[in-house]
Structures are given as C-alpha cells and as structure tokens.
Design a protein around this ligand. Structure first.
Ligand code: SAH
Length: 243
C-alpha cells in the first residue's frame, strides 16, 4: 500500500492537513479517529497521537497493525531546551530519549529495560527528506524573523515542562548521562520505540512553541493557535512531494 502516516499531537496542527486531504475517509478505531486519503497524490493516514507516551504508543501501534502504514512521520510542537533553540525554530530529530525513565540501580538511568539502550534512532533516509522538507517549508513561510533549523536529540516524558528551574535540572541530568537534548515534548520517544519494535521507518519534526520555562504555559497555547498549523502544513506538503 505504501501509505505514510502523519501523526500530529494536537487537533490545531492536524486541521490544516485534513482540509487538504483528497477522498477523505474517517475511520474510528481504538477510540481514535483516523483519516485516510491522498495528499499530493500520496496515500496517507492522518492521526492524532493524543498527549503522552502511552497514548502515542497506542496510536502508533494502531497505525502499523490496523492501517499497515509503511512509515510514520510526526509533526508537532515542543519546548526548546538547548542553548539557541528559540520559539519559532524547527527541530528535526535524529534520536529520542525518555527523560522520565529511571529503573536505576537495576538498569542505568534512562535505559529502556530489556532493550539495552536509552536512545532510539530515527530512520536516516526519511529524516534526510524531512530535513529538506523542513528547510523548504521554513523558506516558504513568511515569518517576522529568521528561524533556525536544528537537528539532534529530543527528550520525551509525561510532563509539560514549564519552569526555568525544572528545565535546567532536566537538562543537566541528561547532560550528565551524555544526552545533549535540543527540545522536550511528550510523545516522540514512545513512537520511536514502537517503530523500532516493528521495523518501521520513523521521522519527527517539532516546531518550538515555548522554552519550557516559566513563560511556557503562556507561549505554548498562543503559538499553537497562531502558527503551529502553518508550519505543520508547509513541512508536510514539502515532504510528500519528496517521497
Ligand atoms: N492542555 C494542552 C496540553 C498540551 S501538552 C492542550 O491540549 O492544548 C503539550 C503538547 O505540546 C504535548 O503534545 C507536547 O508534546 C508538546 N509540548 C510543547 N511544549 C512542551 C513542553 N514545554 N514540555 C512538554 N511538552 C511540550
């Protein structure tokens, strides 16, 4: 079938994609709505991951088992963590780590038990295309100031990080274990792990909606409402042309 799944975290990001979908068909499964159709001539399934790692893992599993997708691409927003990762910038993931996974001292901190690893890599070929699409997408948007495109490690966990101190503590604990993260969100690592289990290519792009600091609860909803969907739409459209 060669279908591409486009996973969004939030309805605001998905709406623009549903509007562009040809021959849309809504299928309800596992308490979720999935949209099957064509975008730029490509067969796609659009889905909402829902928020948090477990919900995202269920959605990813359904996409693979029920819809038999060939690849999963995640578009969403995230909190900026690394120095120089600012609101409006874009981060394309090369790997994911779960910042709230800690089975120490039985397993090293951050290691996913029984996998012998703490990071899950994104698919190199699909990620290269997503980088090109993100670059082109950013260029096509009329933005008030220049935005940077970053590429690197993203941390996921079941927590909306919204405090400068909290963010600093998270960052230094991760650095101590040699995980240099650029952004924090709540789903990506779960989807990466599911895709690893099934051998399905996965790539993810996150637009920075906030700095995971004391302002995050204000910046996040404003960004999602005003700009997130435009980024998701622009990047996804460019990607589908490249596939
Ligand atoms: N009540 C909000 C909850 C969103 S949670 C709503 O539904 O509008 C935040 C979402 O954006 C998650 O999907 C997460 O992946 C991402 N995100 C953005 N900024 C984040 C941050 N600072 N910390 C954790 N996740 C963040």
């Amino acid at each position: 079938m060669n279908q591409t799944a486009i996973l969004s975290a939030l309805a605001e990001e998905q709406q623009g994609l549903i509007e562009l979908l040809h021959e849309p068909q809504k299928i309800t499964h596992a308490g979720r709505d999935f949209w099957r159709g064509h975008l730029h001539g490509q067969p796609v399934v659009l889905a909402l991951s829902r928020i948090g790692k477990v919900a995202a893992a269920t959605t990813a599993t359904a996409l693979i088992e029920r819809f038999e997708v060939s690849r999963i691409v995640f578009t969403g927003v995230a909190g900026g963590m690394g120095a120089g990762v600012q609101v409006g910038d874009v981060v394309v993931a090369n790997e994911f780590v779960q910042h709230d996974l800690d089975a120490s001292p039985i397993f090293p901190r951050y290691e996913v038990p029984l996998y012998g690893q703490s990071r899950f890599a994104c698919d190199a070929a699909l990620t290269a295309l997503l980088l090109d699409a993100s670059r082109a997408g950013l260029k096509s948007l009329t933005l008030p100031t220049a935005r940077l495109l970053h590429h690197g490690l993203i941390a996921s966990g079941d927590r909306f990080v919204s405090g400068a101190q909290e963010s600093e503590a998270l960052l230094s604990a991760l650095h101590a274990a040699d995980h240099r993260v650029l952004a924090v969100e709540m789903e990506g690592a779960a989807v990466a792990q599911v895709c690893f289990d099934y051998g399905i290519p996965f790539a993810a792009v996150r637009t920075i909606s906030d700095r995971a600091d004391d302002q995050a609860h204000v910046d996040f909803p404003q960004f999602v409402k005003e700009v997130a969907s435009r980024y998701a739409q622009a990047i996804t459209q460019h990607l589908l042309k490249l596939l």
